[in-house]
Write a protein that binds this ligand. Structure first.
Ligand SMILES: [Zn+2]
Length: 74
């Protein structure tokens, strides 16, 4: 799965309160719980999966992500 870990935070810049959002996504293997943290966008995580041999599997109507290690073991 790709988990959305984005967070909002306030910060003072020159005495003004500013609202910031930090985009952060973590790719987690649904089979061994291996984590690839800190993608700055959802698409970046999707591209990483494609380029590194991860596989999306539909299990009972839910999409799961499988890392290359788990694909080998299957
Ligand atoms: Zn795995």
């Amino acid at each position: 799965m790709i988990q959305n870990c984005s967070r909002r935070y306030g910060k003072f810049v020159n005495g003004n309160a500013m609202d910031y959002q930090e985009e952060s996504y973590t790719l987690i293997c649904d089979y061994c719980e291996k984590e690839i943290p800190r993608f700055s966008s959802f698409m970046e995580a999707v591209n990483y999966k494609k380029e590194n041999g991860w596989k999306s599997k539909n299990v009972l109507g839910e999409w799961t992500d499988m890392c290359p290690n788990c694909i080998d073991k299957e």
